[in-house]
Design a binder for this molecule. Structure first.
Ligand SMILES: [Cu+2]
Length: 357
């Protein structure tokens, strides 16, 4: 009579079968754990080019012939591998701003720079944390950021909330005088950066009459990922208010609604709006410079605060600084932080809401 061997017997009576079964189970487990982690490979080729912003031609470097560089978008946990090919006449590097990179290579490797006509593949790393991040050139950074070598690096969370629409905006600032040779300092010099006179949002210069139009339907929830790769603090104001959900990729535990936000250099903020009644709603932009040391000193020395100490010294100067301080404080109450702001608020984005969802 033919003997029937049960699974039970296979597993527990035959050592060879037991080992095979264990190995199979282990392989299955491995497959399940890595099934969702994809390896994502990106190649960026740097070339030289020009772009025109507000009538000024800027010499720039571009990743894959686009400005800003192409968006990297991966899922949390993916394995990311980036190759940098340098087809320009200057040296360049690659930095992943906001991401954890492999601690074995980490900063040292991000300090590997690629000479003209060479290429280098950076050590792979796991995409985390989730959030809105950036990548940019790491060689002679102030100048190379001022010449367009940056892009968005989005890591989508495993449990990413769903929105009807999403927009990614990178703000930056440029100095037209430097580019025209009207100052001797050169792009990326600290003094010329403070004097930057052109704001860009993605590839577009903000002129006040060319806001980016975001089309939406009433009731839609819209996520905007805002990043500042420039050198100046950029302020965005939207009278209807927005919910700030993330800062530098991290979830804000108690999100609150605000009608303006200042995004400092290198920072990222995710905001969410819900499209209300049909119509066009404008977002305004201004550069929100902090008070200068001189302005702060004038406040400290104002006769209202320290009259006793200063009444014998330069009464006329005290009077003048008192006047200036009053002006600054008055403007601050209007929503700015100094005299640079109020006059420079320009439309930057328009939300164009049509009928029902
Ligand atoms: Cu570079």
């Amino acid at each position: 009579m033919k003997k029937t061997i049960t699974i039970y017997e296979l597993r527990f009576t035959n050592l060879k079968s037991k080992i095979i079964l264990l190995l199979t189970a282990y392989c299955l487990l491995l497959t399940v754990s890595f099934a969702s982690a994809e390896t994502r490979e990106f190649t960026f080729t740097v070339t030289e080019g020009t772009i025109e912003l507000n009538g000024t031609k800027f010499m720039v470097w571009k990743y894959n012939d686009t400005f800003p560089g192409p968006e990297i978008r991966v899922k949390e946990g993916d394995i990311v591998k980036v190759k940098l090919r340098n087809k320009s006449s200057a040296k360049h590097g690659m930095f992943f701003h906001g991401l954890y990179v492999n601690p074995r290579v980490s900063i040292q490797e991000q300090e590997i720079f690629v000479d003209p006509d060479y290429e280098y593949t950076y050590g792979e790393f796991i995409a985390k944390p989730a959030g809105t991040h950036l990548y940019h050139c790491s060689w002679n950074m102030a100048e190379h950021l001022s010449r367009g070598l940056y892009g968005a690096f989005i890591v989508e969370a495993k449990n990413e909330p769903k929105y009807d629409k999403e927009f990614v905006y990178i703000l930056s600032d440029w100095n037209s005088k430097t580019e025209k040779g009207d100052d001797h300092l050169g792009a990326g010099h600290p003094r010329s950066m403070l004097d930057n006179d052109i704001t860009t949002i993605n590839e577009r210069a903000v002129t006040g009459d060319n806001p980016i139009v975001m089309e939406a339907k009433k009731g839609e929830r819209i996520r905007m990922r805002l990043a500042n790769i420039g050198h100046l603090p950029h302020k965005i104001r939207f009278a209807d208010g927005f919910l700030i959900t993330h800062e530098d990729g991290y979830l804000i535990t108690e999100p609150k609604t605000q009608d303006s936000i200042t995004i400092y250099p290198g920072k990222r903020h995710d905001i969410v709006i819900t499209a209300g009644n049909p119509g066009k709603m404008t977002f305004y932009h201004s550069v929100n410079m902090p008070k200068s040391a001189g302005e702060r000193l004038a406040e400290l020395e104002s006769p209202n605060k320290q009259a006793g100490e200063h009444k014998h010294e330069h009464p006329k100067a005290s009077h003048d600084s008192s006047h200036d301080e009053h002006k600054t404080v008055h403007e601050s109450l209007d929503g700015g932080n100094g005299k640079n702001n109020a006059a420079r608020e320009l439309p930057i984005l328009v939300l164009d809401i049509k009928g029902g969802k």
